[in-house]
Each structure stands twice: as C-alpha cells, then as structure tokens.
Design a binder for this molecule. Structure first.
Ligand SMILES: Nc1ncnc2c1ncn2[C@@H]1O[C@H](COP(=O)(O)OP(=O)(O)OP(=O)(O)O)[C@@H](O)[C@H]1O
Ligand SMILES: [Mg+2]
Length: 257
C-alpha cells in the first residue's frame, strides 16, 4: 500500500498569453508524489516540465486545476502563506546552483536556516552536518568559485535539504555537469534525500538521472504520462543497504513570516 501523497496535482492547466499569442504550457496534468519517493520527469524542451515544477514549488500560479501539498490546497493560498510553506516544506535545486558568490559553502547552507528562524548555533551545526553528508567537510570555508561544479551542486543539495523539507524540487540538477560528476551528484542527492525521508521530484533530459528514478514520467505538449517503473535488482539491493538513520532532533520552525 502506498503512503499518503505529499504532492497531489489535479487537472492542472497553465496558459501563457503574450499579446495575441497563447501558449498552453500545461494541458490537464494529473500527478502524484508520494512520501520519500524519488520521481523523475523527462520530456522534450518546451513540453512544460519547468512550468509544472514551478507551480508545485509555488513560484508560479496555475490557470486552472488544483495542487495540494501535504494535504493543503496551495491554489487558494495567499502570498504570505505560500512563502511560509515554501520556506518550511520545499527545497529547490537548480541547474546553475544559485549559490551566493560572496558567502562560503557553510554560509550558503546556513542562510535559509537563519531566514527560517533557526538559532545561529543550531543553524551552523545543521549546515556543517549537511555539508559533511554530501562529502564537503573539508570545504566549509570555500567560496563557490573555489569549488568545482559538482561540489557547488553538492552545496546546493545540502542547502535544499538543510531545513528538513518534505519535498525537494530539482530542475536539471546535472545539466551543467559532465556525465561522471552528474552521476555522483545524483547518487548523493538520492542518498541525502532518503536519509531525510524527503520526496524528490527531478525534471531532466539526463539519462543518468532517469536511471535513478523509482517512478519515471514523460511530458509531451503539456501532458504527462507514466513512462516505466525503474528499479534494477542491484539498485533495490543498494537501497536496502542504506543504513537506518537515527531521527533528527526536533525542528524549531516557529518563525512567523
Ligand atoms: N513566462 C512565459 N511566458 C510565455 N510562455 C512561456 C513562459 N514560460 C514558459 N513558456 C512556454 O511554455 C512552454 C513550456 O515551457 P517550460 O519551460 O515548462 O518547458 P520545459 O519542458 O521546461 O523545457 P526545457 O527542457 O527546455 O527546459 C514552452 O513552449 C515555453 O515557451
Ligand atoms: Mg525547463
């Protein structure tokens, strides 16, 4: 039996109007993301992947349809509620890391924690732990341009997961990396998310990411369909091989917006 859905998208439509031109970017998308799942959406350029991700991430609004996150209907929420939900429940990973160039790796991961009202000492501890988990214990004080592309993306993964989000949304997270580095980054993202019990939704053109999918979907012309179930015996063995992890200390997410 499947666990409750963390994201439920129902009959989602998005139409962009530019003067006389109308673009139907999403044309009735139904999609479910379950708790702790690693789901990948592929599809050609312009098929609506980023549009869907941005609407689920509350960065954009749909023209019609419904999105619920953790049981709450986001389509009827006000901006303040959306900001709060985004800050506490969603972590983003983009193609170009989006790290702040003048902040160190540690400070980049700390920042969203401090913004969410976590006390400085706890934020520093959590940020260090997350960077250690993505293999960057020795790089805490490096600035982004003193890190390789793969390392920068690992900082972005640590940052996205730092505040215990239930959902990670990743748009072409390996798009800027070579195949080997991309493969390592996907593996780290996968393991870090499993460890945190976070659900991951990745949109990508990259076959390396597709190979990791527990569920694979394909978008075409603003519509989505299930592509196939991906899980080789070796991968399921490796999944079981991930050690159980002690629960994280209770979060303090009391900061009002
Ligand atoms: N702000 C916008 N205004 C008008 N049209 C837009 C806007 N954003 C996206 N579109 C159009 O919506 C369609 C879907 O775009 P989207 O960015 O979701 O595609 P995608 O699948 O992410 O493509 P890619 O793989 O190239 O990133 C495209 O035809 C695009 O031109
Ligand atoms: Mg896109």
């Amino acid at each position: 039996m499947e666990t409750p859905a963390i994201v439920q998208v129902t009959n989602l439509e998005k139409t962009y109007r530019l003067g006389n031109l109308t673009v139907s970017a999403l044309r009735g998308v139904d999609f479910t993301l379950q708790q702790a799942e690693f789901v990948v959406i592929t599809g050609p350029s312009g098929s609506g992947k980023t549009t869907l991700l941005n609407i689920i991430g509350t960065l954009d609004k749909p023209s019609a349809g419904r999105v619920t996150i953790d049981g709450e209907d986001i389509t009827s929420m006000k901006d303040g509620q959306l900001t709060k939900l985004r800050r506490h429940k969603i972590g983003f990973i983009f193609q170009f890391h989006n790290l702040i160039p003048v902040l160190t790796a540690l400070e980049n991961v700390e920042l969203p924690l401090l913004t969410a009202g976590i006390k400085p000492k706890a934020a520093r501890e959590r940020a260090s732990l997350m960077l250690e988990r993505v293999g960057l214990k020795e790089r805490l004080s490096h600035l982004p341009d003193e890190l390789s592309g793969g390392e920068q993306q690992r900082v972005a993964i640590a940052r996205a997961l730092a505040n215990h989000p239930k959902i990670i949304l990743a748009d072409e997270p390996t798009g800027d990396l070579d195949t080997k580095t991309g493969s390592e980054v996907v593996q780290i993202m996968y393991e870090a998310a499993k460890r945190e019990n976070a659900s991951v939704l990745v949109v990508t053109h990259d076959p390396v990411v597709e190979d990791r999918a527990e569920k694979l979907f394909e978008m075409r012309d603003g519509m989505i369909s299930r592509a196939s179930q991906q899980r080789t015996p070796r991968e399921s063995y490796r999944l079981r091989a991930i050690e159980p992890v002690p629960p994280e200390p209770a979060r303090s997410l009391s900061q009002p917006n």
